[in-house]
Design a protein around this ligand. Sequence first.
Ligand SMILES: O=C(O)CCC(=O)C(=O)O
Ligand SMILES: [Fe+2]
Length: 467
Amino acid sequence: ERLPCHKSSVCSRSYFVLVMVFFHVYILNVIALLFYVHYSNGQEDADRVRDALRSQHQHQHQHQHQHRRPESGSPPSKPEFPRHVPLSRVEGIRVGHVQRVPLVPGRVHEMRTLSLKPLLFIPGFLSEEECRVVMQLAQLKGLMESQLMVQHGQEELAKEINLSPEEIFNLLDINQDGQLQLHEQILTHSRVRDGIWLTPENLREIYTGLKADKDGNLLSLEEFRVLSNDAFQRFLIKRGVKRSQLVRNSRHTWLYQGKGAHQVLQDIKAVTRLTRLPATLVDLSEPLQVVRYEEGGHYHGHHDSGPVYPETACTHTRIAVNGSTPFETSCYVTVLFYLNSVEGGGETAFPVADNRTYDEVSLIQNGTDLLDTRRNCNKSNLRVKPTKGKAVFWYNYLSDGRWVGEQDEYALHGGCVVTRGIKWVANKWINIDPDYERQVRFQQLVSQHAEDEDNEGLTLNSDMQSP
Ligand SMILES: O=C(O)CCC(=O)C(=O)O
Ligand SMILES: [Fe+2]
């Protein structure tokens, strides 16, 4: 028996029509949305393919006419790495994995993965002859001290940002317990202060000398306040600082690798094939840094690239910064070449490579300072022996899937003290700004500048030719 159904109720014909209309509109909406998603992706794919083709074309063009400047009058060249195409990064697979890299025609080099945190490889690279040429060129040019005895930068910086003793104290007090333990002082206060490396004993000696600390290892805010800003420095200068007490005890020079440079130096730019990074990045990077450590030389633990903060800019892209950035840092992928085999010591140490976790405070514990490469290299997780012609290559940044991302804290490293003989290395730092837009702006500025120079040259030439 059917229930009675009134005209005005939900069973009515008009209600049914209304529901059907809504239903169809809904279905049409869904279909339209699907079409939209499909076509917009298609467009992006098309953009991506077009960009990739364009970049490939530019790449080939660059290989055919190496070091050729952009044609005058042409628009500034587009970056070789469009946003959609991720920056190449070599896969580590697993520790011990070996991959073959075609660095020079007719010869295949092997590259072994040494660690995954940081992503680090050891490829064979330079021939004996190439090592000899680089060392001779560096000697011919002349080397300078890598670190001057006393740096004033920190004092000036502290004055510039105008911090009170309380504010500095809080900055140093990592665990915020109102007292500075010895490792806190070493980690932040003394390390960055003068570029002078202080051991726990040094620090105690200084505090005693300055009559700053009454109870040994702890420094209260009151005691800290007594220490005037330059007390440390004055004390150290009076007492004398030896080269072995510096963060970096070596000499170095820079060798230009562009057009007209010695062929061996130009050939070292084959790091593009090693790292698979775009040739433009390598071309726009700093020159080759050649370093010589005498017996007793060292370089304490450090990062080649700084952390990524909004207020920090890379040194190489500073001309592309809109507005001002108070701090600058180096931004690199590092390729380190060993130009000779060292008789004793001189390994490159990576104290926390492949550690499960990274803990800055535990780098200095119970008198053991893992960053101290004069004393504690044997406690590092990974040490690379300097062998002539070999290179180590690592990423100072993690990947964000497309471009370089956060700083890789595990990339901490240093050069162990050379116990016998002399050590020669060369750094090929490939400058990459973690800020993609800034790197692109920088490249555009550089190519625009080159273009302007070319135009100026043309004007000058025609001036000279005119009667
Ligand atoms: O000499 C070494 O083994 C390391 C050198 C180094 O880390 C550097 O020059 O930045
Ligand atoms: Fe380094």
